[in-house]
Design a protein around this ligand. Structure first.
Ligand SMILES: NC(=O)c1ccc[n+]([C@@H]2O[C@H](COP(=O)([O-])OP(=O)(O)OC[C@H]3O[C@@H](n4cnc5c(N)ncnc54)[C@H](OP(=O)(O)O)[C@@H]3O)[C@@H](O)[C@H]2O)c1
Length: 276
């Protein structure tokens, strides 16, 4: 069986499965993040926009697990992408997290307000200064990646995008594989809606897993794909990690791919023109 518990891109290995932390805020949020760490989560996804970097930093420190064992991502919001603001926001994030360095700093959404090359140069600067180990983007389309990689030669580790059985990302994935980039799937269980799929429930019965577990397994079984499901409950967090002891057959992988129907749950007026 392939061992997809870690994903290796650009020579870097990171845990394939991370904890999404949107809405995990305040004492309860911090408790949930701490529970996840106690269950073995070492990859944590936050963002300035989520307003919970303090909680993430506190949970990591209180766990007693050495900082270097974690892979922590944060993101800078789209109206803060001018070079001066990027530097300021990155510094503020580190202060809130209580870290000297994050592992991955992402452009949260693209914007037309600042030339992409300027933003990417500012991100590269943060990496050169050692304030982040890696840089990347989120919600970038093939055209935006072409510009970032081809025109600006950016050294991007990852593109974090919505990806679950109801939304195909094959075009984007093909482009990203050519560039040796990681696709981190957000809303990987379609905000819980995978539990309503007959096919996924049927496969769950076949493999002795739930629809959510089958979905997460389907994602991380794909080349260069990781996932960051969010949960506030220990039971679901544990279940979401319990996906490394079975393997979906090629026919079952293909059947899940056929569920794609262009269903996108993250829709905003600032979104780019999507590929699908
Ligand atoms: N880059 C971006 O623009 C962007 C956009 C959206 C999200 N994200 C990131 O991606 C993460 C995940 O996305 P998301 O939080 O929106 O959606 P999600 O992970 O697809 O779904 C979260 C929902 O699923 C439930 N759930 C979790 N595990 C389950 C299980 N095993 N069985 C049944 N239900 C389960 C959770 O409820 P319980 O709490 O009750 O378990 C929660 O209501 C976010 O937290 C955030 O870190 C990034």
């Amino acid at each position: 069986m392939t061992s997809p518990a870690t994903k290796t891109v650009r020579g870097m290995s990171i845990p394939a499965l991370g904890l999404g932390t949107f809405e995990l805020k305040g004492p309860e949020g911090e408790r949930a993040i701490r529970d996840a760490i106690d269950l073995g989560y070492r990859h944590i996804d936050t963002a300035i926009r989520y307003g919970n970097e303090l909680e993430v930093g506190r949970a990591v420190r209180a766990s007693g697990v050495p900082r270097h064992e974690f892979f922590v991502t944060t993101k800078i919001w789209f109206n803060d992408l001018s070079p001066e603001t990027v530097a300021r926001r990155a510094g503020e994030s580190l202060e809130r997290l209580g870290f000297d360095q994050v592992d991955l700093l992402l452009v949260h959404w693209p914007t037309k307000d600042v030339p992409l090359g300027e933003t990417l140069a500012a991100f590269a600067d943060e990496k050169a200064k050692g304030r982040t180990r890696l840089i990347g983007v989120s919600n970038f389309t093939v055209a935006l990646l072409d510009e970032a990689l081809g025109v600006h030669g950016a050294d991007l580790f990852c593109n974090q995008v919505e990806y679950h059985p109801f939304l195909s990302q094959q075009k984007l994935l093909a482009r990203m594989r050519r560039a040796d980039m990681l696709l981190t799937a957000y809303q990987p269980i379609a905000r819980g809606k995978v539990s309503g799929s007959d096919l996924l429930n049927g496969l769950g019965r076949k493999y002795g897993k739930s629809a959510a577990q089958v979905t997460l397994r389907w994602l991380i079984q794909q080349d260069r794909v990781g996932a960051i499901p969010r949960s506030s409950r220990v039971g679901n967090m544990r279940a979401n990690m319990d996906i490394f002891d079975f393997e979906l057959s090629p026919a079952d992988m293909a059947a899940i791919h056929k569920l794609a129907c262009g269903e996108r749950y993250s829709r905003f007026d600032w979104e780019p023109e999507w590929d699908d």
